[in-house]
Ligand binder design. Structure first.
Ligand code: FDA
Length: 312
């Protein structure tokens, strides 16, 4: 209920203006976002890699309505990948990048899919030159078919391109089954966007049950599962199911968001697991922050606590 209300309110221009201009917001943002610049992202990534973690870097921005802006986002990723390669953070896929298809043009009214494809190809070439990979994030449910079409087309030339499945979508077990094939890298998450009941499960336990089912399919398949969740029960279950499926630590990974459960990230690494942290950077953090506040009351409480001194 709260989640739906927050996600709906976030679409208001007035709410956006208020949130992004409040000075106190900055403290909350820095908890979840590496910084505004690539320099700050690189600093964070270097620290994470030094602690034995892996990273995937997201240049914040989404729902681009302008072709030049979409190209500029791709250019930023290409520069970032060049720098990652130059300082030795990306070889072997230790640091990779995550790209939102709408940030590189998927939502453009004319030729959106073609524009996104061209921009992602440019990013994927830069990633290959830097010795690493690209994962395409999944956005709202209306974009799933187009995103999976992009993945299928791109994987012909870039077989290590990763994609994301959201367990809250009713279609996802079928998508997981289709994607659990050799060489395919699939991130499984619960799903962070609003979706109608005929498309998505709404009860938390149904979403969790679907996550467990999709996770089992991916672990028992022949691809490379990337299990993205902070949920302690699902993390535990992942370890058990991976062992039952005969997978070594090197044959799947856990993924968590920057700023979320850092002690758990390190605990998993200490157990020998591969753990990748999703590191967002950039000044367009509003949509990302709202989704983090909406999915967890404790994150929202943290935000509200930061507001209280202003009222005194
Ligand atoms: P959920 O939020 O349901 O929490 C379950 C339980 O976990 C909580 O009850 C609590 O016990 C524990 N928990 C959660 N956060 C905690 C914290 N900070 N501290 C302590 N305990 C905590 N979504 C999407 O739609 N498209 C995408 O491409 C991606 N990509 C992505 C990448 C990565 C690496 C991650 C981790 C997540 C995404 N997501 C995403 C977001 C995802 O869909 C989802 O919204 C969030 O991960 C929240 O769901 P959880 O699985 O973490 O559990």
């Amino acid at each position: 209920m709260l989640r739906r209300a927050l996600l709906a309110a976030s679409a208001s221009t007035r709410v956006r203006e208020l949130t992004t201009t409040m000075p106190v917001t900055r403290d909350v943002v820095t908890r979840f976002v590496a910084g505004d610049t690539a320099d700050q992202a690189l600093e964070v990534v270097e620290r994470l890699l030094g602690d034995g973690l892996l990273a995937t870097i997201d240049y914040l921005g989404e729902y681009t309505t302008d072709r030049d802006q979409a190209a500029a986002v791709a250019d930023e990723y290409i520069r970032l990948l060049g720098r990652l390669g130059a300082v030795g953070l990306s070889p072997g896929g230790r640091a990779e990048v995550s790209v939102k298809p709408t940030a590189v043009g998927l939502g453009l009214p004319d030729h959106g899919e073609k524009t996104a494809l061209e921009n992602i190809v440019r990013i994927a070439v830069a990633a290959r030159n830097a010795g690493t990979t690209v994962t395409l994030d999944m956005e709202d449910h209306t974009l799933v078919d187009a995103t999976l079409r992009l993945v299928a087309e791109l994987r012909a030339d870039f077989p290590d391109l990763g994609c994301v499945i959201q367990s809250y979508l009713r279609r996802s077990p079928a998508d997981c089954q289709a994607l659990a094939t050799a060489g395919s890298r699939v991130r499984l998450c619960k799903g962070a966007y609003q979706a109608p009941d005929d498309v998505a499960l709404s009860a938390r336990h149904d979403v969790d049950r679907s996550y467990a089912r999709c996770m089992r399919m991916l672990l028992e398949g022949s691809g490379y599962p990337m299990l993205a969740t902070h949920d302690p029960r699902l993390i535990e279950l992942a370890g058990v199911k991976a062992t039952m499926a005969g997978r070594e630590h090197s044959e799947f990974e856990y993924q968590l968001l920057y700023g979320m459960r850092p002690a758990e990230q390190r605990r998993l690494v200490a157990r020998g697991a591969r753990v990748r942290v999703y590191v967002p950077y950039g000044s367009d953090w509003y949509g990302y922050l709202v989704r983090r506040l909406a999915e967890r009351p404790a994150n929202l409480a943290f935000f509200l606590r930061a507001l209280i001194p202003m009222g005194r």
